[in-house]
Design a protein around this ligand. Sequence first.
Ligand SMILES: Cc1cc2nc3c(=O)[nH]c(=O)nc-3n(C[C@H](O)[C@H](O)[C@H](O)COP(=O)(O)OP(=O)(O)OC[C@H]3O[C@@H](n4cnc5c(N)ncnc54)[C@H](O)[C@@H]3O)c2cc1C
Length: 456
Amino acid sequence: MTLLAELTAALGPGAVLTGDDLPVRSMSDASETGRHKPLAVLRPTTTAEISAAVAICAHHQQTLVPQGGMTGLSGGANPAPGDVALSLERFAGIEDIDAEAASITLRAGTVLQVAQDAAAAAGFLLPIDLGSRGSCQIGGILANNAGGLRVIRHGMARDNLLGLEVVLADGSVISDLGKLVKNNTGYNLPQLFTGSEGTLGIITRAVLRLRPLPTGRCTALCALSDFDAVPSLLKLARTQLPGLSALEVMWQDYFALMQQAEGVQLFSPVPPLSVIIETESTNGSDQTADFEAFLAGALEAGILTDALIAQSTKEANAFWAVREGHRLEQIMPHLINLDISLDIGRMGACVDACRNALHQRFPDIRVLFFGHAGDGNLHIAADQPKPGQDDPTDEVYRIVYDLVRDAGGSISAEHGIGTLKRDYLSYSRTPEEITLMRLIKLALDPDGILNPGKLL
Ligand SMILES: Cc1cc2nc3c(=O)[nH]c(=O)nc-3n(C[C@H](O)[C@H](O)[C@H](O)COP(=O)(O)OP(=O)(O)OC[C@H]3O[C@@H](n4cnc5c(N)ncnc54)[C@H](O)[C@@H]3O)c2cc1C
């Protein structure tokens, strides 16, 4: 039998899409850099079907690209010519919420927001939260070790992982869906697959930690005169706000643009730096007085120059809408996205150096800075508006990554490597580390069928 006939026999006709039935979205993730339709899109509905599909592909030496919600920003889910895509979209749903173990067991295709809502309905917080929550899936989140908005309090995706089920490159299944917090029995296998970007196995199910549902949130939008005040603000917030759940920073030009795009006027004039600070409480107590006292102290100490406290969820959402910047791509049509990690003490100088170096090379480039400063994660959005020029992406990457390497940072804080950052991995990893990664890949996927050309 041919490959497609075998796959159709194993999964059923509706689960193997080809030709005109191939969805356009199977070509590219949100980086919009994918140029090829896959040979087929597989849409299995159980772990057994995923296992069968991978075994058939392995038998035919057929390359496979796992696809989640396609919201990735590094080209990791984009098929190369001849790849088969394996979509997790039909293997979705929550299998269990265990109130005593404070855990949730989910299928990989579950959309984050669906999982968050189910956790909230059961009285819990699923602490992973990203701007793409309406589309990204649990499998994609774990495969990318996504970060997001509340890492400062709850950690990255891997910090919330208790158990994982994975289909390996030969179709065999490793299933560790236990809820144990402590399990020191050798290598931590679930963590091996977290952040592996679909190159070591297909994540099929996961157990994640739940936290108490916040009973209250305080959110403030603060104005600062320059970045030098941010480390002091962070230090103060860490000591005085035990429920600190976000500290997000936006440089002046980013804030001005996004404020206009959202049709709001929060600060006028726009300060050199704007920061969102948020705290969560879980015990029903009113933390407003402590929050206000913290802000008053920061104002008095000259760390802040102004602060707006959200008086309602609607007002808090308006702050967050500016930070999340969903209209960025409309405003910057040739957007080059960078996602770097830096020691907070070096972030301000690195931003200045990046801005200067980019403007020196590309005088009319627009470059905006914002990010999760509380975790040392900076996003850079660059746009070279003049049409007809050579694609500046590679040069922009190199200019920034040289400076990031010199500052001891990482070229990917949370978006992963995929194809877009693959050729720059050595900026952040030593040759010995890359060799070890290749050995791990070789051990788990000797024929290189899982997501080839990604990450390594
Ligand atoms: C508006 C917006 C905001 C965002 N904000 C954030 C943010 O704050 N923080 C952040 O970290 N990211 C953010 N992202 C990026 C993206 O949402 C995350 O990387 C997310 O984890 C990707 O999940 P996905 O299901 O869409 O995965 P996809 O894009 O489909 O795939 C991502 C990678 O995972 C692999 N993969 C997918 N599913 C599986 C699986 N079941 N098993 C094995 N491998 C798999 C793919 O092959 C690919 O390599 C944002 C993106 C957008 C568009």
